[in-house]
Design a protein around this ligand. Structure first.
Ligand code: GDD
Ligand code: MG
Length: 360
């Protein structure tokens, strides 16, 4: 049996730009809290015991996921008093692990949607005899990530978190946020203080001659750090591009949750999700968007790549593209909001208030 640690914490700074009240790990992606997909994928790979290492808003996870039995898991929760960083969070839950010193423990960043073959990462770890094995992926712009150059055998030669200078950009391989640690390596992380695995543990291990093994897997991979990425991830789950056993229903162009109502001639495409109790009016066209519970989209509205908050309102003929409408907000009829616009929770934008012009 393999066990896992799921990191869902940090300072929560990334929640703010979303403008919706639900903490991001609990925000519905393809109809269920995002974390469900990670938990279900780990379970499908044979993981039975998962410790959720949290530093904030822990009180929202436990009431929903409970002991994990609904997902076939044994789930535990550990909340840090102060955020301990990624390494500190891992060390902080070490006492909950049941693995022996040489056994593998999986660790996942809590904001990643990926089709990673988890079993393959565990096998790579076993065959290479590494201390830590890392899932690596390739991205066009690696600056927001941890750079991980490897040698011909896949052995990690350096770990450069968030490179600042062009000279530091030595590879397009990045840390994809899934690891296998030998249990004893976890126990060796200093306890009781903040530690970053990316900035401290990995560089120190490399300096000490430890064996870090990279496994490049170019499957679907997305960090859901921005609202745009979140909406994209949800659509990809619905479309079946991002594999998850937790998508409620069959994959296809749209996912309409049971108590939603959609006018017969509304057009929903591109992996759009319509949440419980939401209503979509006649002739509305919604593409690649997430409509949260009890939202109302009036007739003729055109919504593209947007997140429409719970119990919010989008008026008739309003055009939204790349927008987040906060929970309970009201965007009146005949508005036009484009890429990057964020409507705060409960805000009220009267009809025909804003249109977009490029002035070209
Ligand atoms: N419990 C706990 N406590 N969890 C934390 C803490 C903490 O103090 N700090 C961060 N985390 C969790 C976050 O919730 C997230 O799931 C994960 O650790 C990574 O933190 P992020 O803040 O999302 O980091 P990042 O996206 O900038 O960079 C990380 O992920 C990249 C891939 O998306 C790094 O691991 C990079 O190296 C990596 O490339
Ligand atoms: Mg992240």
């Amino acid at each position: 049996m393999t066990e896992a640690i799921l990191l869902v914490g940090g300072k929560g700074t990334r929640l703010r730009p979303l403008t919706v009240r639900t903490p991001k790990p609990m925000l519905p992606a393809a109809g269920v809290p995002f974390l469900t997909h990670q938990l279900a994928r780990a379970r499908a790979a044979g993981v039975e015991h998962i410790v959720l290492a949290t530093s904030y808003l822990a009180e929202v996870f436990e009431p929903y996921f409970g002991d994990g039995s609904a997902l076939g898991l044994s789930l535990e929760y550990v909340t840090e008093r102060e955020p301990l960083g990624t390494g500190g969070a891992i060390r902080n839950v070490a006492s909950r692990l049941t693995s022996g010193p040489d056994e593998p423990v999986l660790i996942f960043n809590g904001d990643i949607l990926t089709g990673l073959d988890i079993g393959a990462l565990v096998r790579t770890h076993a065959t290479s005899g590494a201390d830590v094995s890392l899932h690596l992926t390739r991205v066009e712009d690696p600056r927001a990530f941890g750079l991980v150059p490897t040698d011909a055998a896949g052995r990690v030669t350096a770990f450069l978190e968030k490179p600042q200078t062009p000279e530091e950009i030595v590879t397009d391989q990045i840390n994809a946020g899934a690891y296998v640690f030998r249990r004893s390596v976890i126990d060796a992380i200093p306890a009781g203080r903040p530690v970053s695995v990316e900035r401290e543990t990995f560089p120190d291990l490399l300096a000490a001659g430890a064996h870090l093994q990279g496994m490049v897997d170019s499957t679907y991979w997305l960090d859901l750090g921005t609202p745009q990425a979140f909406v994209q991830g949800s659509a990809d789950l619905v479309l079946g591009r991002a594999p998850s056993p937790a998508v409620p229903g069959r994959c296809g162009d749209r996912l309409i949750l049971p108590t939603a109502s959609v006018a017969p001639d509304a057009k929903l495409t591109g992996g759009t999700v319509v949440g419980e109790g939401a209503h979509i009016g006649a002739g509305a066209r919604i593409t690649g968007s997430t409509i949260l519970d009890n939202a109302v989209v009036e007739p003729g509205a055109v919504v593209t790549d947007s997140l429409i908050g719970a119990a919010s309102y989008v008026g008739a003929r309003t055009v939204l593209s790349g927008v987040v409408v906060g929970d309970g907000a009201r965007v009146g009829a005949d508005n036009e909001l484009r890429e990057g616009a964020r409507v705060w929770c409960d805000a009220n934008l009267p009809a025909a208030s804003i249109r977009f012009s490029s002035d070209e």
